[in-house]
Design a protein around this ligand. Sequence first.
Ligand code: CS2
Length: 469
Amino acid sequence: MTAEHAGLPQLNRTLHPSPKPPVRIVHLGLGAFHRSHQAWYTHKAADAAEWGIAAFTGRRPDAALALAEQDGLFTLVERADSGDSFTVVGSIAEAVDGADVKRLAELVSAPATAVITLTITEAAYRLGTDGQLDASAPDVVADLALLGSGGAPSTPLGRLVFALAARRASGAGPLAVVCCDNLSDNGTVARNAVAGLARAWDTGLGAWIAENVSFVSTSVDRITPRTTDADIDAVAQACGYRDNSPVVAEPFANWVLSGEFPAGRPRWEDAGAVFVDHIEPYENRKLWLLNGAHSLLAYAGQLRGHTTVAEALADAVCLDAVERFWDEAEANLSSAGAGGADLQIPAYRAALLDRFSNARIAHHLAQIAMDGSTKLRMRAVPVMLAERSQGRSGAAAALMIAAWADFSAAAETVQDPLATEVAAANRLSGTERVRALLALVDPAAAADAAVVELVTGLLGTFVAAAPAT
Ligand code: CS2
């Protein structure tokens, strides 16, 4: 707390009267994005008074402790080029340390609980390149041992499986698990990961999940950088109270969902959520155009000395790389894959340029650069392979991989689920090194000598921009 806020009252449900809604949604992965997205959609639903969220943190309790002090309330700062607007979001009824698996099991097994939402990061699903659970991953092995011995699992997936076992035992019936991580076909990914872990522990639980849990696929979108001390100050100044957990996001928000909700759901459509039968075209549009450009800017931009998305986009070299990648992605979005959906790609691209240039949102490239091996698998590889299968080079998508390779060799630390393997690959040289790095992203691409050669030829494309004179 800075001294200037010392005299201000803290945000809570006495200062800002708003009844706590009853818990009917359990969320895993309490972070800034959950609060700017699912919590905000739930707050805006016409039936918000009936739908409270119990949100559990991942590795650390901090976010839960800070929110619990404020009865779950926080301020959403919608930051447009033209200024900020402030909304107190009341949908989080309970904020809990993720390590409290007993409370998680209690809430998931309560009959009132109808929905479990997840933002646990792409890397947490622990799927191998075959799309099935990697039962040899060390944390999966450790969680299986804990589950078997009656201990408390420590990964989000392990905790979820533990809680679903409690729901099965309580007879509370079917519910929906809604994956809100940036993965293609994320409902299926979540199903494979959860059911795979459950079956490895207890085949009966695996069968119960197959019968009773609906895995909903979604495409989620709202640019949400980490909260800074300056954001806390901005809220204090504008709102006249102290909020230790505000969240800043762009005004834009999008949520496309596909799947069944056997025990009901909030009226998220009141806040603009869209329910569709075929989600794949929307997922690919978002993953390739938005997230793909983000990853490209994260590596190319940092190699050229930039810190934020807006700065990188203002560099003509980075912008050109993004436009070329978008051309390749667009060629594969507009064709048969769109399944009749009107994706309005030119308008979507134009809107992205606007959103990325919002210089008031300091979206740090270093944050986006994390977990590259997993992210590039969804963001670069499908576009590159689709292009190549049609006889074109896929060079713009391959450039994203080359930029990651250059960045991963130059960076002081690389945060990635495969960080050790990335470091080992970077000790090799030439095509050997590129092949080893590619194998961490997509083994099939690594086995294709022409792809290895393509990526190798693109190394070193991004060099530091000359300082302005
Ligand atoms: C970003 C996303 O960090 C990243 O990988 O690409 O978090 C992105 O900001 C969101 O998906 C926007 O909806």
